[in-house]
Design a protein around this ligand. Structure first.
Ligand code: ATP
Ligand code: MG
Length: 563
């Protein structure tokens, strides 16, 4: 089945879209151009999805275009693996940059020329202070900074030194190029920010062509200007950087004047979205990799079975605001369920099996029954499932000494087995340790298909089951939040890690259709939740990840045959 996208793609309204609309109405721009500008120093996460949906979404809704631009200015932290993953993940989310793939590194030569331009205009200088001296002399929020002793260097000397920096004459950290703005500026970003630093490091794209690299702040706004970005949308922490970006645009012969608008980044309960922490989770072996299904990365969510439509739906629901807030991770699960409830096919799987012998069912007999693939969508079709004398049901669906309100299996009680028959529990067989190892039941042939018998008899529970002869052994991985606290401490995240974030059920039984299917799309295990096949699956032993549980299991199934 395909997801109907019209709903999730329709333009919501927010202050940024209002600005874009007003700019178009006033004729300030003919074509809206936005960009998503990741730094390839990690995998994309759900917070990035918000930015991607916003930038690509606006371009789509207003008939403009959105660029994918790698802000690849720091070769010590950036890798090809991340570049590839980012491209894959943006596409997976459903967006396409067409031919508009760019890199800040495409502009290194231009950025360098503009740095010389600033030097020649007396607006940049080479500083020989150490990093530590620069830090001390930068001042604080309440105290102005101090001018560097090198701030008065003449244009010729600055040009000479800067060219020699580029030529590789000096070691890492020996000198930097700084803008000459104002060491007493109230905004610390304007206190002579660093434009270039020496870094003898090979770059994934430019190789060893450069040993000086522009700072992110120096490269970012000018890259937008080169690409004629009309609306530079970024998160709130860059609000204080805007005066600096504007200073560059005013003091350089740039080909266009982008305007920056800031929105609140996404924060989620029980989730850390700092790339530094996510990197440490991977490097420290706290998770199996960037695509561990417990990770908030797009790769992790994909592996967990989250459909891209659910991410788009979620982003639309949370909206775009100018004030920071924390979103309940439950809202994300809600979006996942919303989409999967509509789209995921239904299957039966028993996670904690308990054997059932149907005593009055003929030995050796097998019959095929019809099961709907989706209760609300006949176009999803049906499949055949087999019934026989020996079955498995969920261990939790039996209770020996059950309270009155327990409607499932207990001696004397009749229940419906979904799509099959009414069965009555007669006896529980125990092992020497007194544990229940098998149920002896009888079935009523007049209830074939799970239908009400001619006498109109009703049951109060419908259970899922699998046939013992056909069911395939499988492993199921249940995921719980990676952190025990709603607001994990990013500074010392290890203390807040949930030791039970992964629960492995090694002895499950799933219907054969599930073992045959290669699709990685999520299905609903009836009464259990949504699951998808993991890449660790073996041909004879599938592995499933729980995408998300069902919220309201019992209300849904206790009514009767319709799940
Ligand atoms: P870093 O700390 O390395 O800068 P980052 O998460 O900001 O990490 P970028 O690669 O710079 O990573 O992010 C690309 C874009 O995604 C930026 O425009 C950034 O504003 C946006 N973005 C990052 N995190 C979030 C978030 N949690 N919510 C919304 N947008 C985000
Ligand atoms: Mg960033």
């Amino acid at each position: 089945m395909t997801v109907d996208d019209t709903e999730t793609r329709e333009a919501g309204r927010d202050f940024i879209r209002d600005i874009v609309q007003a700019d178009l109405d006033a004729g300030r721009h003919k074509t809206v151009v936005t960009r998503f500008p990741p730094e390839p120093n990690g995998y994309l996460h759900i917070g990035h999805a918000k930015s991607i949906c916003l930038n690509f979404g606006i371009a789509e809704e207003f008939g403009g275009r959105c660029h994918l631009r790698f802000d690849d200015t720091n070769p010590t932290k950036e890798e090809q693996e991340y570049i590839d993953a980012i491209e894959r993940d943006v596409r997976w989310l459903g967006f396409d940059w067409g031919k508009h793939l760019y890199h800040a590194s495409d502009y290194f030569e231009q950025l360098y020329a503009w740095a010389e331009h600033l030097i020649k205009a007396g607006k940049a200088y080479v500083d020989d202070q150490s990093q530590e001296e620069m830090r001390i002399n930068r001042g604080t929020l309440t105290e102005p900074g101090k001018n560097s002793p090198w701030r008065g260097r003449g244009v010729e000397e600055n040009l000479d030194l800067f060219r020699r920096m580029r030529a590789g004459e000096f070691p890492n950290g020996a000198r930097v190029l700084r803008a000459r703005i104002d060491m007493a500026a109230g905004n610390i970003n304007l206190r002579d920010p660093v434009l270039y630093r020496i870094l003898h490091a090979s770059h994934p794209r430019t190789g060893t062509a450069w040993c000086i690299y522009p700072s992110y702040d120096y490269a970012h706004g000018q890259s937008d200007a080169i690409e004629h970005i009309t609306h530079s949308i970024c998160t709130l922490e860059f609000e204080d950087h805007r005066p600096l970006y504007d200073w560059f645009l005013e003091n350089l012969p740039v080909p266009s004047r982008p305007r920056q608008y800031e929105f609140a980044r996404l924060n989620l309960t029980y989730t850390v979205l700092s790339k530094r922490v996510l990197t440490e989770l991977v490097r420290g072996g706290h998770v199996s990799g960037w695509d561990d299904p417990r990770m908030p990365t797009l790769a992790g969510l994909r592996r967990r079975g989250v459909p891209p439509a659910a991410l788009r739906d979620f982003v639309k629901r949370i909206g775009v605001a100018k004030a920071n807030s924390v979103v309940d991770v439950g809202l994300f699960d809600f979006s996942v369920r919303e989409v999967l409830n509509r789209t995921a096919e239904r299957r039966m799987a028993v996670l904690r099996p308990l054997k059932v012998v149907v005593e009055n069912y003929p030995e050796g007999q097998v019959e095929e029954l019809e099961a709907a693939n989706h209760p609300d969508d006949p176009s999803a079709g049906t499949r055949k499932i087999r019934f026989g004398r020996e079955l498995y049901v969920e261990r939790d669906d039996f209770m020996e000494n059950a309270p009155k309100k327990f409607y499932r299996l207990t001696p004397g009680k009749e229940v419906r087995l979904r799509y099959a028959y009414f069965v009555t529990c007669r006896e529980a067989v125990k092992n020497a340790a007194g544990e229940v190892v098998e149920l002896r039941c009888t079935y009523d042939p007049a209830t074939r298909g799970g239908n009400t018998p001619p006498d109109g008899r009703k049951v109060q529970a419908t259970l899922h089951w699998v046939s013992a002869a056909d069911a395939v052994p499988a492993e199921v991985r249940l995921y719980n939040p990676l952190f025990t606290r709603a607001d994990p401490n990013a500074g010392n995240f290890a203390a807040d890690l949930n030791p039970n974030s992964l629960e492995v059920l090694a002895d499950c039984r799933v219907e054969p259709a599930l073992a045959a299917e290669n699709a990685t799309e999520a299905v609903q295990f009836e009464r259990q939740g949504y699951f998808c096949r993991d890449k660790d699956s073996q041909p004879d032993r599938p592995v499933f990840n729980r995408t998300v549980g069902l919220r309201d299991t019992w209300a849904k199934v206790s009514g009767g045959g319709k799940g």
